[in-house]
Design a protein around this ligand. Structure first.
Ligand SMILES: [Mn+2]
Length: 383
């Protein structure tokens, strides 16, 4: 059985005002070519098809185009919602997309409610993203400390996986899930809070009866478990500057035969425009000017030294594909990835701390107010 495993498309992504959807759409067309040339029999889409709940019509069109393309190739797809997708919207689209041969789950279904589907003789358990807020009951959030919540989260997911495993019976049993597995490496562009706050499940939670686990959520393509074999497919394109240092993106071709180890063929494609962060001093700027000017993708420049509005303006004017300029004063420069200890902070405090760590400056009250507003909208009970 030949499977194409993909995840984290993020259609509708806008990076510093630049629409990334055309690049993602192009990558999806490349995926369709692979489906044809590699004689793929089943496509697994492990969540985050869209970057947010309401996206541009072009983003929606690109997704529909992909599924209609699969229909023309007579290849079925299984699809789950990620944390960026609107669960309700995917559920609403599900009957329509079923006409293309795609089975789409926005919400979790237990084994007894059809949470394990059959595809080409294999059983596939589908586990869309479940937020900690939904898994850790509101009552529990009010008492206890966050270590308790994380235990509750991990434990709840283990129970859900046990439930789904009751639906297994075939020679080939698969799981597709959108979540963080302990030990997984970040790609850099995921919502750092979500993933560093370690709402993760241990590898031991995966039933050994599984032949393969198809994961989405972390944007770096990687294997995270040997038994059972579990992989993140990675995002299709470099979505954020944090992801530009690793190029492990693309998709996976998975060959499965009953009683045999799965054969994984990583497709490490260079789809979309590359992103690069140039770190330099004011003195080396001129020397590296041509390199920056001719870089074929989007760039970000980090300059050592105090802020300089005139220089910033000149850079943006002369470099059309420059998206971001930052000035770092060496004594406050942060080394390594920004990991904020968010254990005892609420979301707004955590965000303020994150800004402080990354920019070495205090966030303005307006920014924090805007963050609070977006956070509250995102967590409104109607969603
Ligand atoms: Mn994602």
């Amino acid at each position: 059985m030949r499977i194409l495993h993909t995840a984290d498309w993020h259609l509708g992504k806008v990076l510093k005002g630049r629409e990334r959807t055309p690049e993602i759409r192009q990558a999806l067309q490349e995926l369709l070519k692979l489906v044809r040339s590699e004689r793929i029999e089943l496509v697994l889409v492990a969540g985050d098809l869209f970057d947010r709940s309401v996206v541009s019509t072009e983003a929606e069109a690109a997704a529909f185009e992909f599924f209609v393309g699969l229909r023309e190739l007579q290849v079925p797809a299984l699809v789950i919602a990620g944390n960026h997708d609107s669960r309700d919207r995917l559920e609403a689209l599900s009957p329509l997309l079923s006409l293309t041969g795609a089975t789409v789950f926005g919400n979790l279904r237990f084994a007894e409610d059809g949470g394990v589907v059959e595809a080409l003789g294999a059983k596939v358990a589908l586990l869309p993203f479940l937020s900690e807020r939904r898994l850790v009951r509101a009552g529990d959030l009010l008492k206890g400390d966050s270590a308790d919540w994380k235990r509750t989260y991990g434990h709840s997911l283990e129970l859900i996986l046990k439930n789904l495993a009751t639906g297994f019976s075939a020679d080939l049993n698969l799981l597709m899930a959108h979540l963080t597995v302990e030990g997984g490496q970040l790609g850099g562009g995921e919502f750092t809070f979500h993933t560093t706050n370690s709402y993760a499940i241990p590898k031991s939670a995966f039933p050994l009866s599984l032949s393969y686990v198809a994961l989405g959520h972390l944007h770096r393509q990687q294997q995270v478990c040997e038994a059972p074999v579990a992989w993140y497919a990675g995002s299709l394109i470099q979505l954020d500057f944090g992801e530009s240092e690793n190029s492990n993106q693309g998709a996976l071709i998975v060959e499965l035969e009953p009683g045999q180890q799965p054969q994984i063929h990583p497709i490490r494609a260079r789809w979309g425009r590359p992103l690069k962060t140039f770190r330099l001093s004011r003195e080396t700027l001129d020397r590296r000017w041509e390199e920056i000017r001719t870089f074929p993708g989007y760039s970000k420049i980090v300059i050592e030294g105090p802020g300089n509005a005139a220089l910033r303006e000149r850079l943006f004017k002369e470099l059309p594909d420059l998206l971001e300029v930052e000035f770092h004063t060496p004594e406050v420069e942060v080394k390594g990835p920004a990991v904020v200890d968010t254990e005892n902070l609420d979301w707004v405090e955590a965000y303020a701390e994150y800004r402080r760590t990354v920019t070495a400056r205090e966030a303005s009250p307006e920014l924090l107010q805007a963050f609070r507003q977006i956070y509250e909208e995102a967590h409104a009970p109607t969603h």
